[in-house]
Write a protein that binds this ligand. Structure first.
Ligand code: SF4
Length: 696
């Protein structure tokens, strides 16, 4: 029987139909849906390959006395885990055990992993890889609007816009079917892309009179302040909207006064006429100026900086100044990356949050969630540590000595990955649940084989805030065990006072109760309702509520209902150029691969397209270095070295190189990246650091 579900990878969650094949796998066919409109990218088309990959894990593995990972029974694996947890917590308290989750887990699993950490392990030490992806936009959105939902409007709304300004988002490569929604704006010549590289998305500006602004890495905030300066100077801001719906405009208006175009050009390298043209184009599209509508979208390029929350705040300020937010046909949004990047950050995986986006230090929130879990409120731990700090503390005195990793590969995806590997190696017990032997699983003491996307039931929340059903189309190998079952079993063995459901349908019912009344209210979400084909966007407080495709139309989710502008000041990148590191390193994704590449590197068709890392370098810089296409370059930061072949391209600035981050070992660009984090969001500065580049 064909089964309707969604792609395992990115947040676009393209709809697909899976038809079981005789070999135990499934055949993938795209399905029409408002986001992908019948499209899939190469990753989606080939996603079933991983289900039957010879490299997938089919039994638990336990590290033996000789240091080798060997096959074990589930009882042996559980025994090792329970003994390790008990020993660590008896010696050093509950926080001696930590949990690291992932933005690809279903909502049901994102919810249960948070409950497992707090109610079964009693630890505050839980965070997840979404801290690396969306946390700065979440912090900025929460601060400005009182609520963080990636797109507070359906993606299809972009179709009617006169202008779309994309800051640091390469959606043409990361989620190609989404480009269909830019067709209208490209035809109208209204697409503006801010990116230090002429990415596939930036190239889309060329066929219809759009604009590509190519600033120095880390200078997006200056571009945004410069644009706001020009809007103010031209009288293009929407004063009626600002007076009626926004606080903080006077301070923000004053803060952009110093960013006149010539000064912006000196800092960013963007010619004044290009900046002026972009400001004119974007302002004219705003409804307050008689335009048909304008959207401002940010991605990881804006966020992954030591001051990314401020950059996103500058983008939100610009959108508010033009009166775009909370208006049909215009808006601001963050393009979420991971498959369940949105739902994954709503249900309690974050160090300081309980389900429903509740704050863990809010007494009322604690009491509500404790009652749902059937535990004493005092038994719930307080806030833990954000991901980079958590990983940094592993194996150190006072830090966790046991770590559970679910749905993440921090040995490749963490900043300063060499240091992350050292900290993982210093643990007394590393437990990794995965379906492939990822680079993190290779370091583990216990590896637990878990199902893949087409073998599980649950829900995901897409970049639009739409809750989608993930459905089982294939059976897992017999010894594979679902995470919900694993957490249930371990909780029982550890004597947890809380009961853990194993049926995803029942978990969703519990999640609905736990999130009810919270910011991310799933009170009216249920599998049966979604199975009926009804699109449900949160917040959806009860079963009769239709859901909320468009947010903020009447009021913002702040206490007084008004959006909050916050004045921000540009700061230099944390690891800036110096004589022995005179080139900026930019990292990012490729069309063929997803995140750390643990899955997509198993797909031959994708590996044929991009089999290894490379260094994208401008011909001018290549000539200065004396290297030609294909010659190996050694790229060194103050944290490590990567060697990869040069790929010459005028798509990159001559003062930068670009290396994709999907590859492990000596090609892992995160050996070079900077673990400095944003003080508000805890997000690391993946996007830029200073490097030396020499022929290898
Ligand atoms: Fe769609 Fe993203 Fe899957 Fe590609 S990876 S098919 S864009 S959901």
């Amino acid at each position: 029987m064909p089964v309707e579900t969604h792609c395992p990878y990115c947040a676009l969650q393209c709809a697909m139909t899976l038809t079981p094949t005789t070999g135990g796998g499934v055949e993938v066919a795209p399905r029409d849906f408002p986001t992908n409109r019948g499209g899939l990218c190469q990753k989606g088309w080939t996603s079933a390959t991983v289900l039957t990959s010879p490299d997938r894990l089919t039994t638990p593995l336990v590290r033996d006395a000789h240091g080798a990972l060997t096959q074990a029974s589930w009882e042996q694996a559980y025994e090792r885990i329970v003994a390790g947890v008990r020993a660590a917590q008896q010696a050093a308290g509950k926080d001696a055990v930590a949990v690291f989750g992932g933005g690809g887990l279903t909502n049901e699993k994102s919810y249960t992993i948070g409950k497992f950490a707090r109610a079964a392990l009693g630890t505050s030490r839980i965070d997840y890889n979404g801290r690396f992806c969306m946390s700065s936009a979440a912090a900025a959105g929460g601060r400005a609007f009182g609520l963080d939902r990636g797109l507070p409007f359906p993606l299809a709304d972009l179709g009617g816009a006169a202008s779309v300004l994309l800051v640091g988002s390469n959606l043409a490569e990361t989620m190609p079917p989404s480009v269909q929604h830019l067709a209208g704006v490209r035809r109208r010549g209204g697409l503006i892309v801010v990116d230090p590289r002429r990415s596939a998305t930036a190239a889309l500006t060329e066929d219809g009179g759009g604009i590509h602004l190519q600033p120095l890495p880390g200078a997006d905030i200056v571009v945004l302040l410069g644009l706001l300066h020009l809007l103010v100077a031209a009288g293009d801001t929407d004063e009626g909207y600002l007076a009626g719906r926004v606080d903080g405009w006077a301070e923000v208006k004053a803060s952009c006064a110093l960013w006149w175009p010539e000064r912006v050009e000196r800092v960013t390298g963007i010619p004044t006429d290009e900046l002026r043209a972009a400001a004119r184009l974007f302002a004219a599209a705003a409804p307050g100026n008689g335009g048909a509508g304008a959207y401002l979208l940010t991605g990881r390029g804006a966020e992954q900086h030591a001051h990314g929350t401020d950059t996103v705040t500058a983008a939100i300020n610009l959108a508010l100044a033009l009166g775009l937010v909370g208006r049909v046909g215009s808006g601001y949004g963050c393009v979420t990356g991971q498959g369940n990047g949105q739902g994954g950050r709503e249900h309690g995986q974050k160090a300081d949050q309980l389900p429903g986006y509740r704050k863990i230090d809010d007494p009322a929130a604690r009491a509500h969630v404790a009652a749902v879990w059937g535990v004493e409120e005092e038994a719930l731990p307080g806030a833990g540590l954000p991901a980079v700090e958590l990983l940094d503390a592993l194996g150190l005195p006072g830090g966790p000595s046991v770590l559970f990793v679910h749905g993440a590969n921090p040995a490749v995806s963490g900043p300063d990955a060499g240091h992350v590997r050292e900290r993982l190696a210093a643990l007394d017990l590393l437990v990794v649940a995965d379906f492939v032997l990822s680079e993190t699983a290779q370091l583990a003491d216990v590896v637990l084989p878990v199902p893949q996307w087409a073998e599980e039931e649950g829900t995901m929340t897409s970049l639009e805030g739409r809750v989608l059903r993930r459905r089982r189309a294939a059976a897992s190998p017999p010894e594979v065990r679902d995470e919900l079952q694993i957490w249930h079993d371990l909780a029982q063995l550890l004597g947890s006072p809380a009961h853990f459901e194993t049926d995803p349908d029942r978990v969703m019912d519990e999640l609905a109760r736990a999130s009810s009344g919270g910011v991310a209210d799933y009170g009216g979400v249920a599998h049966g309702r979604l199975d009926g084909g009804e699109p449900v966007f949160w917040p959806c407080p009860d079963l009769d509520h239709p859901g909320t495709p468009r947010l903020f139309l009447d009021r913002f989710a702040t206490p007084n209902g008004r959006a909050r502008m916050v004045a921000v000041t540009p700061r230099p990148v944390d690891d800036d150029l110096r004589p022995d590191a005179p080139v900026h390193l930019i990292t990012g994704r490729l069309l063929q691969h997803y995140q750390s590449g643990a899955q997509t590197r198993l797909v031959p068709e994708l590996m044929r397209g991009e089999p290894r890392a490379f260094v994208q370098v401008h011909p001018v810089l290549a000539e200065r270095l004396g290297v030609e296409e294909g010659a190996d370059l050694r790229v060194t930061s103050s944290r490590g070295t990567v060697t990869a072949p040069a790929r010459l391209s005028t798509d990159i600035r001559p003062d930068c190189v670009f290396v994709p981050f999907h590859f492990p070992g000596e090609q892992s660009v995160n050996l070079l990246t900077n673990p400095a984090t944003d003080p508000i969001s805890g997000m690391p500065e993946f996007k830029v650091c200073a490097v030396q580049v020499v022929p290898a």
